[in-house]
Design a protein around this ligand. Sequence first.
Ligand code: C6P
Length: 413
Amino acid sequence: MITVSSPLDVNRIREDFPILHQRIHGKPLVYLDNAATSQKPKAVIEAIQHFYTSDCSNIHRGVHELSERSTYAYEEARAKVQRFLNAREAREIVIVRGTTEAINLVAQTYGRQRVEAGDEVIITALEHHSNIVPWQMLCEEKRAVLRVAPINDRGELLIEEFERLLSARTRLVALAQVSNALGTVNPVGRVVEMAHRRGVPVLVDGAQAAPHLQVDVRTLDCDFYAFSGHKIYGPTGVGVLYGKAALLEQLDPYQGGGDMIRTVTFEKTTYNTIPYKFEAGTPDIAGVIGLGAAIDYVQGIGMGNIAAHEHELLLYGTEALERIPGLRIIGTAQEKAGVISFVLDGVHPHDIGTVLDQEGIAVRTGHHCAQPVMDRFAIPATTRASLAFYNTFEELDALARGIGRVQEIFGAC
Ligand code: C6P
């Protein structure tokens, strides 16, 4: 039995999350689907409410007081993201709808400009569909080649194999910092070093990393970094693309429309400076302000404390689940963040999810938008418990009991 310790006062923190205090099918809610989306603290909900009740106006367009206030709050949120990622400048922070849009933006700008027939893009075998399909689409259009760096049976990147794939034809490397299906933390720093030695830029999909680890884009030295607001306790519909200024400046715009232009005539349009060049149209202003509040909130707790508590939860939950006969954890990397994916002999993950729901426990079942990962492990799906800093050790006990209930119902072991 491992010793339980945490740097956080989780019971106090849980008071900040109104949604957690409810019963589902008569049982206290145990929310373990944080990798899909995490819950929102009052500070985020109130920031959005404040915007709509006091400041609502469009940004960068008006001289009136409300527009000034909205613009200020929006740009302040961008500055918070800059400090959160330790980016050099606020203009390196492009506001998008989420990780998916951030990756598509890079594929449609950098990719279209730099990738030609016969060139190569490298990803890894543990990517989410959002970091596979945009590159497949690009490679198809350009008649380029998508290379996939393999993983071992624990779900760890085979770094030497990755290095072997780098060549004079490689135009970009794109990889997740943390796998959503396995929890593996990739050695992104080493990957960046290897790629940069050959002059190849690196995009990091930080969707599952930014909410759980201290991220420093200058230390990582990655060229692009993407994450989603809704996984970091902020609203849905907003996200971030960080890009090194020198690189962003060389790229063509992503979409055309308002705010991304400097001058427009029917003959010719000139474009705004970065990051506005990539932000066509009215954004989700309230959402961006909510994201700023979410960043304030997690920084108030401390990313180091968050990572430490979640690590304790991961160890505790892993040990509890490993004791269950017939249960196999998928994803056993040495370096892991708060994801426990598993299969259970004789019971389909969807049935597990349904029984757990009856116990008030929310998990995700299926392929987790990472079908190639399922293929790699020769399974159709897993049940995935994904952790947040507001989860407790008791909730992991409830998960283990819930799996016991599944086994009683299905007569499995
Ligand atoms: N993964 C999950 O349940 P969006 O949908 O754009 O906010 O994030 C896409 C995405 C990209 N990369 C990784 C590593 C991800 O985990 C996700 C989203 C969720 O695992 C929903 S499919």
